[in-house]
Design a protein around this ligand. Structure first.
Ligand code: HDE
Length: 712
């Protein structure tokens, strides 16, 4: 694998050891070849393969219960599993750091993590899918979790976010119903990690407040190309409190440096089988190759006095705050630059709580957030026990002192006779505002106790329409296909008919097309007029990096014996300098000999994979070099031809030169499209994302084509 320059790696390694990484060292062990086996109580073990038995030496007699070494090994194994998360069970995580640009947010908050540019705050981020079990596939259509743990000097701040800015429901009390409906159905535990079933569409059809979120989940956002290419959104409305005690409402945003990109649905389906770990491998691969993913961190702020100045309720988590009304202010950035040492203690045991905030950050009356603040702490008790905050990945890097005691798996030994407040020695006395105590901002609340939601919570379709209107034609097409796929999987007529009726409140053409595809109710006229408004920031094309880049993109080079080695060496160097990775794919995972080399000699290029070992879906682009014998072999190899056809079908960039271009033309069978110029010509021809040329000077055009090609 080609990777990146040592200079970039050096710059990254200088920030790898954050204060949290150093903190974890006290719990990290590393064994070497001189390490000997012991029991858990430290006694050395001489045989870990044979249970203690009664035997005369020639026959195997009964195993003895006495064997404490064997029993310990089995006991430990029997209890390895803990309950998986009730939602977001499937995920992965990485360490990194967060920095603000300057103190521009100090007008709104006194939280140093958001205002002090001299700080490097360690973070741990866990990405996840929502519906599937721990062992489900990464690329299913789903919302993605984007949970951030900030280890600040003032305590832990958890920002438990998603890759979509709104949610399916407005009130936390509906969460168990929603999760039951989206998860596998109770009578047969089917389907796994899919919304494409009766219960999900039944629920959202009867719960129109979901309409906006359904639009997002069915858009390309539901099938991200990479965790590294997702936006993040805090979704709920939080508050910021400044040093004068003034409060503003806030929403948090994360914007990926590489832009927002998605798979196409056919790819997502195939990758779910071909490489179910695609996203977790992608994250580790980028970090280990020295290309750590980076996001800009931004806030939207609404002053308390403006709370009621919008036609939606700013505490309603099914609504965005449109950027045209409330600007998004970048205040910092974060990088994920370190993979975990061991998955279970770090990724599985990390536990987030929306109620974990630090001074300067607070809650709002957002009814979803209020419920979340109860739920997260509670669920960790089932998964990890009451002392879960002492687990290394969860413990703060600042001092912890209080009179909470005991409980299962207490690790802290607190010296002294005092475990209460007030006490005669003033031990563990309350902090003051001057020493950094958490202070709630004063808020006047008067009201009747009643089970309701505010009047503006009753409107459900304006923003669903805004989102749909804002998509580009290709994004709309993908969304229509996605809903059609999903409703096609529902076999209860009430369900698929019901949802096509909901769609007609969003867009007439959308409803008509989907209804035609799935035998739904084809409307005669719109259920409500389309307001015609749109917002460019809702399309993922808006987030394309200003300078196009192929950094971290995976490029497959298809070769067979007789390929042009000079060309391959040169193109790999060029792609590597642009921080892309290249992977050589050949008829066998072994030496492939270039033109002029003797088969079986010491020369040759070792392929990373053979054509059957990986598929085009794992890569962002293909390149086919020249070489007569190599081209003949590729043309005769059905799988190699399939590689090219499949990549073309997924709109991937394909570059080819000389005889390689002829292979591409043959594979695609598109003579009407002029795929390549004459073999002697310098002309570079680019058509449908395919760049070919007869001559060698092709690389810059190829690089440009790859820059524009990968996208939603
Ligand atoms: Fe969660 N959610 N959630 N959620 N959520 C959990 O907590 C819950 C919601 C989100 O990587 C659970 O530790 C309720 C919105 C992420 O460990 C649980 C409600 C958003 C993760 C829970 C919501 C999220 C969770 C399960 C509605 C986007 C994974 C395991 C009121 C802002 C965290 C756990 C990780 C996990 C409850 C809605 C994001 C049960 C009650 C909105 C990223 O506590």
């Amino acid at each position: 694998m080609s990777s990146i320059t040592s200079a970039v790696k050096g710059a990254i390694s200088s920030v790898v050891n954050t204060a949290k990484v150093n903190d974890l060292k006290s719990n990290t062990v590393e064994h070497t070849s001189s390490s000997e086996l012991t029991t858990d109580h430290g006694v050395k073990v001489g045989d870990t393969d044979n249970w203690l038995k009664v035997s005369d030496g020639s026959s195997t007699g009964p195993s003895l219960l006495e064997d404490q070494i064997a029993r310990e090994k089995i006991h430990r194994f029997d209890h390895e599993r803990i309950p998986e998360r009730v939602v977001h069970a499937r995920g992965t995580g990485a360490h990194g750091y967060f920095k603000v640009f300057d103190n521009r947010a100090s007008k709104y908050t006194c939280a140093p993590v958001l205002t002090d540019p001299s700080r490097t705050t360690p973070i741990f981020v866990r990405f996840s899918t929502v519906q599937g079990s721990k062992g489900s596939a990464d690329t299913v259509r789903d919302v993605r979790g984007f949970a951030m743990k900030f280890y600040t000097d003032e305590g832990i701040w958890d920002l438990v976010a998603n890759d979509i800015p709104v949610f399916f429901i407005q009130d936390a009390i509906k969460f168990p119903d929603f999760v039951h409906a989206v998860k596998p159905e109770p009578h047969n535990e089917v389907p796994q990690g899919q919304t494409a079933h009766n219960n999900f569409w039944d629920f959202v059809g009867l719960q129109p407040e979901s309409a906006h979120m359904v639009m997002w989940a069915m858009s390309d956002r539901g099938v991200p190309r990479s965790y590294r290419m997702m936006q993040g959104f805090g979704v709920n409305t939080f508050t910021l409190i400044n040093s004068e005690g003034q409060r503003v409402f806030v929403k948090f945003h994360m914007i990926p440096e590489l832009g927002v990109h998605s798979l196409v649905w056919d790819e997502a389906l195939k990758i779910a089988g071909q490489d179910p770990d695609f996203h977790r491998k992608d994250l580790n691969e980028a970090i280990e190759a020295g290309c750590p993913p980076k996001w800009t961190f931004a806030i939207q702020v609404i002053e308390e006095k403006d709370e009621h100045n919008f036609d939606f309720d700013i505490l309603d988590a099914t609504k965005i705050w449109p950027e045209s009304l409330v600007p998004v202010m970048p205040i910092g950035e974060f990088v994920l630059n370190r993979t975990v040492d061991e998955f279970f203690p770090e990724v599985e045991q990390v536990a987030f709580c929306t109620s974990h905030v630090v001074p300067g950050i607070g809650f709002s009356d957002d009814p979803l957030l209020q419920g979340r603040n109860f739920s997260y702490f509670d669920t960790q008790i089932t998964r990890l026990g009451i002392n879960w905050e002492q687990i290394p990945i969860n413990r703060p890097i600042c001092p912890v002192m209080n009179h909470n005691r005991d409980g299962s798996r207490q690790h802290r030994i607190t010296k002294g006779s005092i475990n209460y407040w007030p006490n005669r020695d003033n031990i563990g006395h309350p902090a003051t505002p001057e020493t950094g105590a958490y202070l709630e901002a004063k808020q006047k609340i008067i009201g009747m106790k009643q089970r309701i939601r505010g009047s503006k919570f009753q409107e459900h379709f304006n923003q669903a329409q805004l989102f749909y209107n804002s998509l580009t034609p290709v994004e709309k097409l993908h969304l229509i296909k996605a809903i059609s796929f999903e409703l096609d999987h529902c076999d209860d007529q009430r369900v698929y008919e019901g949802y096509t009726k909901i769609l007609n409140h969003i867009d007439f053409d959308l409803a008509k097309t989907v209804a035609q595809n799935v035998n739904g109710v084809i409307p005669d006229s719109p259920a409500r007029p389309n307001h015609g408004k749109s917002d460019p920031t809702l399309s993922q094309f808006y987030y394309a990096p200003k300078t196009p880049t192929i950094a971290t993109r995976r490029i497959a080079i298809l070769i067979a014996d007789g390929f042009n080695e000079t060309e391959v060496t040169a193109i790999r160097a060029i792609f590597a300098s642009a921080l892309a990775t290249t992977w050589v794919i050949g008829p066998r995972r072994g030496k492939i000999y270039a033109a002029g080399q003797t088969l079986g000699s010491g020369q040759g290029l070792v392929a990373d994979h053979h054509f059957e070992g990986q598929r085009s879906t794992m890569f962002d682009a293909l390149y086919v070099p020249s070489g007569m014998e190599h081209a003949k072999a590729l043309v005769e190899n059905g799988r190699a031809i399939h590689w090219i056809r499949e990549a073309f079908g997924h709109c991937k960039a394909i570059g080819a030169i000389g005889e390689g271009a002829a292979v591409v033309q043959h594979a695609l069978g598109l003579p009407e499209v002029q795929l390549f110029s004459s073999p002697d010509s310098d002309n570079v021809v680019a058509s449908y994302g395919v760049v070919t040329t007869g001559k060698y000077d092709f690389t810059s055009a190829a690089t440009d084509a790859l820059k524009i090609a990968p996208g939603p």
